[in-house]
Design a protein around this ligand. Structure first.
Ligand code: CMC
Length: 440
């Protein structure tokens, strides 16, 4: 656990302002960029820093995930994502993210049991589902039901009790897959399928989605492995928008289910986890390789809001290592389900090839990200595009809970409260000034 004096250092940055010099401590990371500590800047210099979108701001100290965006490296707790994707399974990765080390065989068996005994949901949640419209987006149901868990599991809401924190974490991870599968079943008008705890996490999710009351789904080991790899690749990604949302919500002392519901909301946006659905829909809209140039022109046009979905990343200025792994899996999964020469995969590969030769994408360092190929695999497994972000959310419960746990144990943690550059009116007298047109 961290302690308050954890950063002995003798390196400083100097800021000269109004004939005064302020010394700002510099802390070294174990790998990657150092940080300048500006936490005392306002109290000493009466000035804020300004960084919309946090492009140059580290919001916390973390030991969980490391990204080198220039080299295209992603590591969980020091382990390369490429190795974890091949050698590990999702629950082992969850355990690694939350506890910091790979578990031994006995610990892993025990942990898998601990998670799987939480897959069931309170029976009344079934009634809760009946309140949603049948055509609701499954992410809308994820947000609602995740938040509602705080009303059902009131014995794990005390964030100051480490035991309750762990219990809430296990519940969130286990129940997210049941909620995701229920959202899918509800949207297609089928009865919910109960979890089977003798199955692995990924197998169980496929079972809950694709078995029905009349027929048991035969789980293919190839599809289950692909599903598991997708979950591993999406499990954590340091301080992205949804994780920062979870941390910010948690910083006020909100209960864990509410924090994760906030994370699910943030993930839903098309710039973040919603990009997997948007990427597949974009490929379907482009339709054929002969239209690629037209869509690339739109993507490059500053006056056109169109962006190449599944391309570009705040941190990766090189190929996203997750996309590399997914691209390799695509063919295997498509072959397995009998899709030969998938026109969408061909289009995606052509689009990538052409885009990566264009000056615009080269100069801006825009490469395929995790969302570019994942949809092709998920669609081949049998999921509709609306479920793609749900699957991202299920996987990311691992990272969210690991990061939330780390934050809860950090003595330096305080309520997140950014400041602003105020550019509104100065003091006005009420009633003297009225707008003629008060609508936008
Ligand atoms: N298509 C066309 N132009 C792009 C794209 C794109 N996909 N991404 C970035 N750019 C341009 C952008 O217009 C900007 O140009 P300029 O400097 O001339 O204003 C420049 O590249 C930098 O982009 P930015 O939006 O300032 O960069 P950012 O770090 O704020 O945004 C991003 C990162 C992921 C939101 C963005 O690349 C994007 O919108 N990509 C498409 C959506 C997407 O695939 N999102 C999934 C991200 S990976 C999964 C996850 O972690 O959630």
């Amino acid at each position: 656990m961290a302690n308050k004096n954890r950063r002995p250092n003798n390196k400083f940055a100097k800021l000269s302002l109004n004939n005064k010099t302020f010394k700002l401590p510099i802390y070294n990371s174990t790998q990657g960029e150092s940080v300048i500590d500006i936490s005392k800047l306002h109290s000493q210099a009466k000035i804020f820093t300004y960084d919309p979108g946090f492009t140059s701001t580290a919001s916390c100290e973390s030991k969980i995930t490391f990204i080198d965006g220039d080299k295209g490296i992603l590591r969980y707790r020091g382990y390369d994502i490429e190795e974890l994707a091949i050698k590990s399974d999702f629950i082992e990765v969850v355990n690694l993210l939350i506890y910091g080390d790979l578990p031994n065989k006995e610990q892993l068996i025990k942990y898998k049991k601990l998670i799987s005994r939480h897959t069931l949901l309170h029976e009344q949640i079934i009634n809760f589902f009946q309140g949603f419209r049948r055509d609701a987006h499954p992410m809308a149901m994820m947000v609602g039901v995740m938040g509602a868990l705080s009303s059902f599991y009131q014995d794990s809401l005390d964030i100051n009790d480490p035991h309750q924190r762990q219990e809430a974490t296990r519940r969130i991870i286990a129940k997210s897959s049941t909620i995701g599968a229920m959202a899918y079943k509800y949207s297609i008008g089928q009865a919910f399928v109960s979890p089977k705890n003798n199955l692995s996490f990924s197998e169980n999710f496929l079972h809950m989605c694709f078995s029905n009351t009349a027929e048991e789904y035969k789980i293919s080991p190839i599809l289950a492995k692909a599903m598991d790899t997708i979950l591993i690749l999406h499990a954590d990604h340091e301080q992205n928008a949804s994780t920062s949302t979870v941390r910010l919500a948690g910083s006020s002392g909100a209960n864990p289910f509410a924090c994760i519901a906030a994370g699910v909301s943030s993930l839903w946006g098309p710039a973040h986890g919603g990009a997997n659905q948007a990427a597949l829909e974009m490929l379907e809209e482009i339709g054929s390789s002969k239209n690629i140039k037209k869509y690339l022109s739109k993507a490059k046009d500053v006056n056109d809001p169109f962006r190449l979905m599944g391309f570009g990343h705040r941190v990766y200025k090189n190929y996203d290592p997750r996309a590399k792994i997914l691209k390799k899996i695509c063919k295997k999964v498509l072959n397995h389900v009998g899709i030969k020469n998938d026109p969408i995969l061909k289009l995606a590969i052509d689009l990538e090839k052409i885009a990566l030769k264009e000056k615009y994408f080269i100069e801006k360092k825009l490469y395929p990200n995790v969302d570019f190929y994942s949809g092709i695999i998920l669609r081949a497994i049998g999921f509709p595009p609306e479920m793609f972000t749900v699957i991202f959310a299920i996987a990311r419960t691992a990272g969210w809970t690991a990061q939330w746990t780390e934050m809860s144990e950090d003595p330096i943690q305080k309520i997140g409260r950014p400041r602003q550059l105020y550019t509104g009116n100065k003091s006005l007298k009420y009633g003297l000034k009225r707008s003629k047109k008060n609508t936008r």
